[in-house]
Structures are given as C-alpha cells and as structure tokens.
Write a protein that binds this ligand. Sequence first.
Ligand code: H2B
Length: 111
Amino acid sequence: MTTMLKKKDWSALTRRALTATETVANLAKIEGWSLAGDGAQVAIEKTFHFANYYETISFVNAVAFVANAQDHHPDLSVHYNRCVVRLNTHDVQGISATDFDCASRFDALLA
Ligand SMILES: C[C@H](O)[C@H](O)[C@H]1CNC2=NC(N)=NC(=O)C2=N1
C-alpha cells in the first residue's frame, strides 16, 4: 500500500546524548522549555497554554502528526486548557539533538 505520509528513517543515523553544556546552550535558544526528570528519564519540557479543550486537542493532533513524520514521539500530558510536552531520546537514554529539533517544530506550529 502506498502512503502520502512521510516518516523519517533513523536507521542509518547515529544519535548521541548531548552533554550538559550542549543541553544548556540549546535550551537558551528556545522559549519556555526547561529540564525535567533525571537519569535516563532526563527530558526537556514545555507547557503550552490554550483557551479551551478544542484548541488544546487541535495542538495535540498537530504535534502527533509532526511526531509521526519525524518518528520521534513526545510524552504528552493533556488537560482542558494546556498540554505538557516532554521530549527525550530513549535510544540514548538522554536528550539528543532530535529533541531540540522536534521542540522547535512544535513551537513553529503556533508561530
Ligand atoms: C526506531 C524508532 O526510530 C525509535 O524507536 C524511535 C521512535 N520514537 C521515539 N521517540 C522518542 N521520544 N525517543 C526515541 O528514542 C524514539 N525512538
């Protein structure tokens, strides 16, 4: 079956955990994201605020579409008027450049 939907292929690409210095430098470049969790669960996190559930779910659907295309999936905590987005890279048990790339893509949905 053919599909119109693109999905990034990570198989030939190597990912690595960013150092603490790299993580802090990357965090300084994006608005509203902060460190969360610890150890292998260390992540970057941002709470997106909305007027109501309709807006929140519209954002969640858009995030899911981008996440599937990037083959990189955030943990989402969905509430009536906000969504907490948490990104880390299971494969490296830490935060990778992919997490920051996806964070920027999610921010761009609302730009
Ligand atoms: C093979 C596939 O790319 C991996 O399992 C992907 C899927 N989505 C993922 N999402 C996140 N957040 N971290 C990962 O390491 C990850 N790995």
